[in-house]
Ligand binder design. Structure first.
Ligand code: PGA
Length: 246
């Protein structure tokens, strides 16, 4: 039995004040799903301390593949672990497309995160062009393979995978529940038997209005939510729906 995970990726949004308000709105959230929020680095200590004892976990949006040393501007997995993070996003499509992260680097970040006791949420997904040319499955298989080769099957299966079609991120265009299920099933098949325990989240314009249908799919174990996670009412609604369906 896989416990659903609803993850809120706040991206580069917020201020101390705005985050306090958002966290206020999350108190007393009612769900049997696991919930985690991913604030910008500088607000992590504030969020960790406010959410302490609330049952809501905290994650970072990125991590360095290096352990320590002369890497100006980078943040190590040990540091995230040290301040109380449980999760970390690895290979988000914005990191891949805007900051040039390649599969190999993503794989190193995955390994570095697990080495520090964090749970990596590995993001994979195809662009619109890749989907239109029938390359969706090949693209996702290659993204996954790079991490499987470096980390090994068991380690990948102990992480979380987020399928986020790039064309659905921040666009208001969600994949249909059937499209999501098809890719999630393929990912699980690629992982084989050990992948039965792996949580595979869907991400891309998830909101309260479409969450229940997505969560009702057999291989959809929750969601990675961007825009809608900045609205506490909307996010609470999505969390509620995660427990009914699964
Ligand atoms: P979105 O973002 O929900 O705003 O589409 C999802 C994500 O980037 O993780």
């Amino acid at each position: 039995m896989r416990r659903p995970l609803v993850a809120g990726n706040w991206k580069m949004n917020g201020s101390r004040e705005a985050i306090d308000l958002l966290l206020d709105g999350l108190s007393g959230i009612s769900t049997t799903a696991e919930v985690a929020v991913f604030p910008p680095y500088v607000y992590l200590p504030q969020v960790v301390s406010t959410l302490c004892g609330s049952g809501i976990d905290v994650g970072a949006q990125n991590v360095s593949e290096y352990q320590a040393g002369a890497y100006t501007g980078e943040v190590a997995a040990d540091m995230l672990s040290d301040i109380g993070c449980r999760y970390v996003l690895v290979g988000h499509s914005e990191r891949r497309s805007l900051f040039g992260e390649k599969d190999r680097q993503v794989a190193e970040k995955f390994v570095a995160s697990q080495r520090s006791g964090l749970i990596p949420v590995l993001c994979v997904g195809e662009t619109l062009e890749q989907r239109a040319s029938g390359k969706t499955l090949a693209v996702i298989a290659a993204q996954l393979d790079a991490v499987l080769e470096r980390a090994g099957l068991e380690s990948v299966c102990n992480g979380v995978i987020a399928y986020e079609p790039v064309w659905a991120i921040g666009t208001g265009k969600t994949a249909t529940a059937e499209q999501a299920q098809e890719i999630h099933r393929e990912i699980r098949q690629q992982l084989g038997e050990p992948g039965m325990k792996t949580r595979i989240l869907y991400g891309g314009s998830v909101k309260a209005a479409n969450a229940a249908e997505l969560f009702a799919q057999q291989d959809v174990d929750g969601a990675l939510i961007g825009g809608a996670s900045l609205d506490s009412d909307e996010f609470r609604e999505i969390c509620k729906k995660a427990c009914v369906a699964n």
